[in-house]
Design a binder for this molecule. Sequence first.
Ligand code: IFM
Length: 452
Amino acid sequence: MNGLNQRFDPGFVWGVATSAYQIEGATSEDGRGPSIWDTFAASPGRTFEGHTGDVAVDHYHRWPEDVALVRDLGLGAYRFSVAWPRIQPEGRGPAEPRGLAFYDRLVDGLLEAGIEPWPTLFHWDLPQALEDAGGWPERETAERFADYAAIVVDALGDRVRNWTTLNEPWCAAFLGYGAGIHAPGRTEPAAALAASHHLHLAHGLAVPRIREGRPEARVGVTLNLYAVSPADDTGRHDDAARRIDGLMNRWFLDPVLLGRYPQDVLDDLAGSTGLDAIRDEDLDVISAPLDFLGINYYSRHVVEASPWPGASEVGFVDRVWPKTASGWDIDPAGLGEVLRQVGADYPSIPIYITENGAAFDDAVSEEGTVQDHDRIDFIAGHLAQVADAVDAGIDVRGYFAWSLLDNFEWAEGYAKRFGIVHVDFDTLARTPKASARWFAELARTSSTKERA
Ligand code: IFM
């Protein structure tokens, strides 16, 4: 463990993360309505070998076993998401009691096991009915989200303290409506921009609804942030790096934490019709004070300018570099850079790493064990960066490994395994990998300050 455990305060939060569509299954049970991911995954050619979340890892029925896994690992916190289509099958209107009852049981089960629930209200599974009405590019979707948030908080707020509004709005907006590789699979750049703004607005409208009558609630948002570097140090690619950092990081950080969109990105985007979605008065709503920022970090982007003089396109450089099974560069130093950038530009916000982890092609031994030392190295490397950031005075208060379980990795289906617990996708049997044991020991000894 190389003393890593000695580097975190006893109060540091150690947890694991999941999301509803990736693990629950039971997509047509107990009144759940269809989500955009049901529709997308059922459309030919959208996901790896046509995989869907219909069964996923059956967490909807096996949640007691999954809670017991987290308890047996001795982890103090569990980040999960609430499926909006279970609560409001049509995305609006009265709550479906059976959907609420599921999360009610889950929260009680977690608390009984001594695990703090950290729910996220939106992790990409928009009710299909709202997409049929226009989806995130429509302003009304933001208002529906705030109503939905209020329903969930009313039901669970007596027991849940830490609320996250959105997970990775960049992915929901730009992968879902721009690149079209995530649900709902639209390739409309203007719609993607409008979607990003309405996701921010949804977040901002939800914050006071979560706090209403719950003064003890802590509210945050989770963003996927990237380290971004130019392809070389000639200066030729610096503007490309600025553009990508602007669109992937600051476009999401600035409105929420500073109450404005970054001017350089607005200038880059000048003339895009999607910008019409932004009304000046929205920014006050969007920048409602928060208690924490969740950061999901996976990798770095190295970018280069277009070879054509004057062109604004940028290219992503595929470096010769160690990679995960997802093809993402393993770059723990990038997490340190992201933390230093956030610490410098948004100094007063407490930070939790709400996701970090890696897919590897895990080999299952004859005895059924998974010796995933590559994943242990990955997590250890990133945690060392977190410890360095804390030493440098950056207020990082917790780390959630992605993910508790191997699960449905969106367009990649079940082909990429991120879990610290192995799931046999035929039998759905769960087996903790070596990384789970290592992570549990790190959390235990760092909380008690024993030397492991
Ligand atoms: O599986 C996803 C998760 O849903 C959101 N953050 C990134 C993970 C790995 O791709």
